[in-house]
Write a protein that binds this ligand. Structure first.
Ligand code: 5AD
Ligand code: SF4
Length: 479
């Protein structure tokens, strides 16, 4: 099959940063009559891997397919276009996607018109992508995280020219402010507030896959939240790779994250969350806003990565163990009941047993309610991948297991503490157990309650009666 390379990823270029504010574009693109004709009676299927940024991107792709009047296929076999929205954060995520892609070979043999597309972070990894494309000839559309609004012209190229089409823009100085609307949830929505990341933690692929930091305009974010509220949404999560660096890329740095958060709080949407912040970018003014507004939820996911200053330095995290501890103390002085969760990487290259013990001790000292824990995974093109990795697989697994045990112990303590407490749950779905519905309380704890499904979409007072560490059983105490 013919190949049309509009742009091929260049990871080196993707790691460069240029000065000046982003150019703002509208994502409201009108499809051509050719594409509308092609789409008639056709179905799409999207498989999403990875973080909330990918979920949001899949919603946007869905919106573009909806505008073409395409239907969501029940499964891959009945789809005319299948898109894998991929994750590259760790090797494991990539391996899974390779497997899934391989599985589709027979399907593409049966249906030569089938479009199999790959987008998301894996599309940006120049070297691994070469191999992926060579070994998966049935993969006929690849586009990057900055090319989502070009989906119509990309499909049109595939169909008209019967070609494999590649378009992964590496350097990016644009923000798409308006996209067509589609949401997977009925009551909770993700709202992008910024794209990309300029932090360059040495282990992380994100600054290369999602590009330079670009913040959306305050008024665009606030308008989006207002629209969601009018439609009956109860909760928004403000999204970004590094939310509290919001606004640092504006020419006029008059607006920061605290300002944006306050404006969103003032819309009166019942619940606001945000993820993920970076410890080094936190300013006290954010905690002040969190303390001031009841609709900002008292739950914070604050990625720590390591409890050792030595390792944090090698990770280029820009804070020390003590600075992280002091930040948590400051947060708790403003929001005393805050539920704190984190991300931790073990077995970073050259991490010593002493470094690791510092991670174990900080988990106990700060009492994280839960933590996502990972074994370090080298990513091609990142500075850490060039460091000497002197740890054996046994040491890596042993540290991971020991950390998981301590994290679980802390989570169990946190779980027991909240039994008998009264919380407010936003119910969002029916539970697998008949008669139960489920939702999240203000602290982001999953609570199951025996109650009528008509309460879905509502916030109700619940008494926690049982803790199962990472989920809870509650009793409705408000009709
Ligand atoms: N190896 C292991 N974990 C990683 N993360 C990011 N990059 C890597 C990597 N190369 C983890 C960090 C981050 C979370 C989203 O994924 O903990 O906060
Ligand atoms: Fe990756 Fe660090 Fe940016 Fe988070 S802050 S996305 S870990 S580079």
């Amino acid at each position: 099959m013919k190949e049309k390379v509009i742009s091929w990823p260049d990871q080196k270029k993707a790691g460069m940063r240029k000065k000046g504010e982003a150019i703002r574009l509208s994502g409201n693109i009108v499809p051509s009559s050719f594409l509308c004709d092609w789409a008639k009676g056709k179905k799409y299927f999207i498989k999403t891997y990875g973080c909330q940024a990918n979920v949001r991107d899949s919603e946007i792709l869905t919106a573009y397919f909806n505008l073409l009047n395409m239907e969501l296929a029940d499964n891959e076999a009945s789809a005319d276009i299948i898109i894998f929205n991929t994750c590259a954060i760790r090797e494991h995520a990539e391996t899974r996607i390779r497997g899934e892609l391989g599985r589709l070979k027979p399907l593409s043999r049966q249906n030569p018109d089938l479009i199999i597309g790959l987008c998301g972070c894996m599309a940006h990894e120049s070297e691994p992508l070469k191999d992926l494309v060579a070994t998966n000839k049935h993969l006929n559309l690849v586009f990057g995280t900055h090319n989502i609004h070009e989906i119509y012209s990309l499909i049109e190229n595939c169909v008209k020219e019967k070609a494999r089409v590649f378009n992964v823009t590496s350097t990016v100085d644009t923000v798409v402010e308006e996209y067509p609307e589609a949401r997977f949830d009925t009551y909770k929505a993700f709202v992008n507030i910024m794209y990309g990341c300029d932090k360059f933690c040495t282990y992380c692929i994100v600054p290369y896959t999602r590009g330079q930091q670009r913040s959306r305009k305050v008024e665009c974010v606030v308008e989006e939240v207002k629209r969601l509220k009018e439609k009956g949404f109860m909760e928004v999560t403000l999204l970004g790779q590094n939310v509290n660096a919001y606004g640092l890329d504006f020419d006029n740095q008059e607006y920061d994250f605290a300002y944006l958060l306050e404006q969103v709080a003032l819309t009166g949407i019942p619940r606001i969350r945000f993820t993920s912040p970076h410890p080094a970018d936190f300013k006290e003014n954010v905690f002040k806003v969190m303390a001031k507004y009841k609709n900002i939820m008292p739950a914070l996911h604050l990625p720590m990565q390591s409890g050792s200053t030595n390792v944090l330095n090698k990770m280029n995290r820009r804070y020390s163990r003590e600075e992280y501890i002091n930040l948590v103390k400051m947060l708790r002085s403003y929001v005393s009941d805050v539920r704190l969760t984190t991300d931790i990487i073990v077995a970073f290259p050259t991490e010593t047993e002493e470094d690791f013990l510092e991670t174990l001790s900080i988990v106990k000292e700060l009492h994280f309610a839960s933590a996502y824990t990972f074994i370090y995974s080298p990513r091609v093109g990142t500075p850490a991948s060039r460091m000497v990795d002197n740890l054996t697989p046994e040491i890596k697994q042993d540290r991971f297991n020991r950390l998981a045990k301590v994290v679980d112990e802390e989570a169990t303590i946190d779980g027991k503490k909240c039994v008998n407490s009264i919380v407010e749950v936003l119910f969002d779905s029916i539970d697998d157990v008949i008669g139960f519905i489920k939702g999240y309380d203000e602290y982001n704890r999953l609570v199951h309650v025996k109650a009528d499904p008509s309460l879905i979409g509502k916030i109700k007072k619940v008494k926690i009666i049982e803790s199962h560490t990472y989920s809870y059983i509650g009793e409705l105490i408000e009709k």
